[in-house]
Design a protein. Structure first.
Length: 408
């Protein structure tokens, strides 16, 4: 009982002490509020705001450090991927000029090529659209033209004519037609070889043929078929390094400039034309997107499309890969022909003499002799208004009508 009483007394003392402590704490809080002019809630909020500000500053600093570290790491990895890719690919680039040299068996052949009153040389130039230059170069004749396909047709035809020995206008037309078919076969083979070299089997025959025509196309002096194969291999290796779809990147790289083989015949950018051709022949949409986005006319939305852009830039920007003056020269000649072809009644036109002359073949059933003379004046006026060129441009309109009958 005594023990129970002692416990009760101690409990009462503790309760009294607790009340005193609570009262002192309240007095202290009131004194602090009085000194700081803040309530407890306001002081708590001030403290939280201060802590939040410090944490925010610290987190921003950490984010900046992490971003900088990630950027440096990304730059390092990107350089490593590109360097590794470029080291794995080596290719030779040979830029053809705008002339072809055909060796002659003897100097006497020059006279036979010219023909009586120049009829043979005119027939060759008419049929092929290239300029035949016969000068004092020993045992050789020069074929000059900015379109490599025409020049190759003329070279093959000239070689065959020299081997055959029969050189006259009718034979020239026959041989040129055979040479044209031979070049068509070469184009098909070039496309098939490119498909194998770039490891892209199963392409539609029309796409293969269009691809082969790039063998005769140049951009800033760089052969476009070699550029396409190189871009395909670069894109595949970059895709492999980054873990992207290698096959899509490879095919996108090979076909990205497909439109350049048709861009001079149809209106539209080569990226648009290439994408339309690929889409028409059931090329997968992911590859079509690589083609249409490689000049960013369409926003690239896939990793493979971006890889195609990078591979295209790497291939084109290598030192010695391209020559700017060549491209400007060829564009001027192409524009000259475009101006002439825009006139109704024109069958075909050929810019020759390095752009100092353009020969226009008109359809005789649509343009009479007076119309041909009038057309020459109109075309020369149009050239003056729309083109910049050194010196003067000679405009020659040719109207020829043939009547053929067979004696039986």
């Amino acid at each position: 009982e005594q023990r129970q009483r002692n416990l009760q007394e101690k409990e009462a003392t503790l309760e009294e002490r607790e009340q005193e402590l609570a009262q002192l704490s309240e007095e202290r809080r009131a004194e602090l509020e009085k000194l700081s002019n803040l309530t407890a809630a306001e002081a708590r909020q001030t403290l939280l705001d201060q802590v939040e500000l410090e944490i925010r500053d610290e987190s921003n600093r950490l984010v900046r450090e992490i971003e900088q570290e990630v950027k440096e790491e990304a730059d390092t990895r990107a350089r490593k991927v590109i360097a590794t890719t470029m080291q794995r690919l080596t290719s030779d680039v040979v830029s053809d000029a705008t002339v072809s040299i055909v060796p002659l068996p003897s100097e006497d052949m020059k006279g036979r090529i010219i023909g009586r009153e120049g009829r043979n040389i005119r027939a060759i130039e008419h049929a092929t659209g290239v300029d035949v230059i016969i000068d004092d170069t020993p045992d050789a004749v020069t074929l000059s033209g900015f379109d490599p396909i025409r020049r190759e047709i003329a070279r093959i035809a000239m070689t065959k004519l020299l081997a055959d020995g029969r050189i006259h206008p009718a034979r020239i037309e026959e041989i040129v037609e055979k040479a044209r078919k031979e070049v068509d076969h070469t184009i098909k083979e070039a496309g098939e070889d490119a498909m194998v070299e770039a490891s892209c089997p199963g392409l539609h025959p029309e796409i293969v043929r269009t691809l082969g025509r790039l063998k005769f196309r140049y951009s800033y002096g760089q052969n476009q078929l070699n550029h396409a194969i190189e871009t395909a291999n670069l894109a595949a290796m970059i895709a492999h390094e980054l873990g992207a779809d290698v096959e899509v990147a490879r095919r996108g790289g090979l076909l990205h400039d497909l439109g350049k083989a048709i861009s001079h015949e149809v209106e539209g950018t080569h990226a648009q034309l290439g994408a339309e051709l690929a889409r028409r022949h059931k090329v997968p949409d992911a590859v079509v997107h690589c083609i249409e986005a490689h000049h960013e006319e369409v926003e690239p939305s896939t990793v493979e499309a971006t890889i195609t852009i990078i591979a295209d830039a790497i291939s084109g920007s290598r030192p010695g890969a391209r020559r700017e003056s060549m491209e400007h020269y060829l564009k001027r000649l192409e524009k000259l022909e475009e101006v002439a072809n825009a006139f109704p009644g024109v069958d075909k036109s050929f810019a020759i003499q390095a752009g100092r002359e353009i020969r226009i073949i008109v359809k005789p059933e649509e343009v009479d002799d007076l119309g041909a003379q009038r057309m020459a004046k109109e075309i020369s006026k149009s050239i003056q208004e729309s083109l910049d060129y050194p010196g003067q441009v000679k405009v020659t309109v040719i109207r020829e009508r043939r009547s053929i009958e067979y004696a039986k």
